[in-house]
Design a protein around this ligand. Structure first.
Ligand SMILES: [Zn+2]
Length: 670
């Protein structure tokens, strides 16, 4: 019998035949598709005919499609419905895929063909998307070190191997420090803690094998503890342990590792011909260079710091009223901010949820997509990988656009968080294919399933990514949908969250699950206001981390990362009672791997853009302004990565993003 992963998928919408696929099919399908992909690459590299765009760049784009298909099914399951067998397969596939990718980038004959085309690019008569594909293909080779030879090539290999070791060590040290600390709470130590925190602490205690409730360094436990514990001495102890993760001395200390990582990254960038590692990282981003990032972060920093200083004064007064003298300390901030939140914005989550059923919020998201882009959603019967999955055919004017799959409920086999991926990306080459897009979330299952406001925002966020995939209209799959710069990819998703704040959307869809009554206006206003609470603090702790990340990756690498970090914070005028969201010795985003190094800023960059983009709807007269919706689709959602993000945004907005709308939205405007 043929392997169902490799056969034609003769199913409605050519969806993967999940009911016919078993775990035993993955390894043979993977090996066979990988071998086929290798043969295709070798045929392109060794082609005796002189290089052309079609026989080299386009052929590369079209190579390995069966492998992509096997992996799209496999990774969907590995993330959303894993089991020990799939985990073992993942451990096996990972290094093989990494080796395959470095083999391609290290293939000298292939790179020579690409270089020939690159040198002749002005004479090849390429359309803009083809020219973009050539540029991106070559850039990926160059950035991976394909142009290096001799000693430089050997040195680069050594650097990359050492960086991989250091990243693993950084993560393991952090995990060891987090696992190695706990604070047992006696009956007198529970002052101020609400039931849910005590319960979580008891569960952590049971897991650690002791009877008492226990506070650990997991963010989901320590943050509520700092928020609610009335015991200032215990807050101080917990906070000090939390911020010294990775810097405790001894075998799990990450400070020397961070310094070595920075030095190796600087050397790697220099070998590739870049002025700094930050310059190397930012080349492929919308921001483009470190100066643009610093300019944006600084524009946000000053108003955020001013707001935080003013909030600090309010919180200090509350602390004095409690009879405590002295300065407001970092272990006091969350505690008094929570008291202030309760006084000013108290919101009963349990009363809100019946207005936000999963079905109602899905209907709201579909309705917004219909009003903005003319999309219609019809639920279909499809054999998917889990009974909780639902699928819809998406059409416009009766024509097929995409298949949208929602897998919304938490279960043990699903990893945490929420994400959107394309099980099949939109493309016209080598054949026309419509996208199959999936949103995966971890909402509590219920009958009916009720969401918190945060959950509803997550649903809208992931649906925004899905729109980016579904409305894609490009030729090459590697440029379609969300294949864009990291600091641009969150624009469609964060932008779509704004529609959940539109009063008429809530009035129409946020209806009580039993009575059908609309959410009372007063509750709605509280829900919306709560999202903007303590933004001075949040912005300061985040921006400080982003600015330190950026600065560490510019200039000569520091011998002493902590001294450099302190110097930077002093220079910024960091408020005394706020610490960085992630200090260097436990900044896993930046040191555990390469993902967010010199890139932690990108969350803020995207937020600036989504606020600015939504503001253009407001300026034009409303959230459903048809001209703005059309411009959004034409210039951004349909374009994927076929042009520079800055050009796409400018085409949509008429200018580059400015920070005014974000500051206003966060309540930070002067
Ligand atoms: Zn996202």
């Amino acid at each position: 019998m043929t392997n169902p992963l490799l056969a034609e998928w003769d199913t409605p919408f050519a969806l993967a035949p999940f009911d016919a696929i078993s775990d035993a099919d993955f390894a043979p399908a993977f090996e066979s598709a990988l071998a086929e992909a290798r043969a295709e690459i070798a045929a392109i590299a060794d082609n005796p005919a002189p290089p052309t765009f079609a026989n080299t760049v386009q052929a590369l784009e079209c190579a390995g499609k069966p492998l992509d298909r096997v992996l799209s099914v496999f990774f969907t399951l590995a993330g959303a419905d894993s089991n020990p067998e799939r985990q073992a397969l993942q451990r096996d596939f990972g290094p093989k895929l990494a080796a395959y990718s470095s083999e391609i980038h290290g293939n000298a004959a292939l790179f020579a063909r690409i270089e020939t085309l690159w040198a002749a690019r002005d004479t090849l008569d390429l359309d803009p998307e083809q020219a973009r594909l050539l540029m991106l293909t070559r850039r990926a080779f160059v950035r991976a070190g394909a142009a290096l030879t001799g000693d430089a090539e050997a040195r680069m290999r050594a650097i990359m191997a050492r960086l991989a070791e250091l990243g693993t060590a950084f993560t393991q040290n952090l995990l060891a420090d987090e696992a190695g600390w706990r604070m047992e709470l006696g009956e007198d130590d529970l002052d101020g803690l609400p039931e849910f925190v005590v319960e979580t602490a008891r569960a952590a205690g049971r897991e650690a094998g002791c009877d008492a409730p226990v506070i650990t360094l997991s963010r989901s436990l320590i943050v509520p503890f700092l928020q609610f514990s009335a015991r200032r001495d215990l807050r101080k102890r917990a906070w000090e342990a939390w911020v010294s993760r990775g810097a405790g001395g001894g075998e799990t200390d990450n400070r020397a590792i961070a310094a070595e990582v920075l030095a190796l990254r600087a050397e790697r960038a220099a070998l590739l011909g870049y002025e700094s590692f930050a310059a190397y990282k930012l080349e492929t981003q919308m921001a483009g260079n470190p100066e643009a990032v610093r300019e944006l972060l600084t524009a946000v920093w000053e108003p955020a710091r001013a707001q935080a200083e003013s909030d600090a004064a309010t919180l200090t007064a509350m602390m004095r009223a409690d009879g405590i003298n002295g300065e407001l300390e970092p272990w006091d901030w969350r505690y008094y901010a929570e008291k202030r939140r309760q006084a000013e914005h108290d919101l009963d989550e349990a009363a809100v949820k019946p207005y936000l059923s999963l079905d109602a919020m899905l209907a709201a998201a579909f309705d917004c997509a219909g009003r903005l882009f003319g999309l219609e959603f019809r639920e279909i019967d499809a054999a998917l990988y889990h009974p909780d999955c639902r699928a819809w055919e998406v059409t416009r004017d009766g024509r097929h656009v995409a298949v949208f799959i929602g897998d919304y409920f938490a279960r043990a086999s699903k990893r945490s968080g929420a994400w959107c991926s394309a099980m099949r990306g939109q493309a016209r080459m080598p054949q026309v294919q419509g996208p199959v897009v999936i949103n995966v979330c971890n909402f509590a299952k219920g009958d009916p399933a009720l969401l918190s406001h945060d959950d509803a925002r997550t649903l809208f966020h992931e649906f925004g990514h899905a729109l980016h995939q579904m409305l894609s209209d490009v030729t090459y799959e590697s440029l379609s949908g969300t294949s864009v710069a990291r600091d641009f990819v969150e624009l469609p998703s964060q932008l779509f969250e704004h529609w959940l704040e539109v009063p008429e959307v809530l009035d129409t869809h946020a209806r009580h699950v039993e009575s059908g009554a609309p959410m009372p206006a007063e509750m709605r206003d509280r829900v919306l206001a709560a999202a903007n609470f303590d933004t001075g603090f949040q912005t300061v702790e985040y921006v400080a981390s982003a600015l330190v990340d950026l600065a560490l990756h510019e200039g000569p690498p520091p011998d002493d990362v902590m001294a450099r970090q302190s110097e930077l914070l002093v220079g910024l005028g960091m408020p005394q009672a706020i610490s960085m969201r992630h200090a260097t010795p436990h900044f896993a985003h930046v040191f555990a791997g390469d993902g967010y190094s010199a890139g932690y800023y990108s969350y803020m960059w995207s937020e600036v853009m989504d606020a600015d983009a939504f503001d253009s709807f407001v300026e034009a007269g409303g959230a459903f302004d048809p001209e703005r919706a059309q411009a959004l689709e034409r210039h951004i959602l349909s374009r994927g990565g076929t042009a520079e993000a800055a050009d796409l945004y400018t085409a949509f907005r008429g200018r580059m993003p400015g920070v005014a709308a974000l500051l206003k939205g966060r309540g930070l405007a002067a």
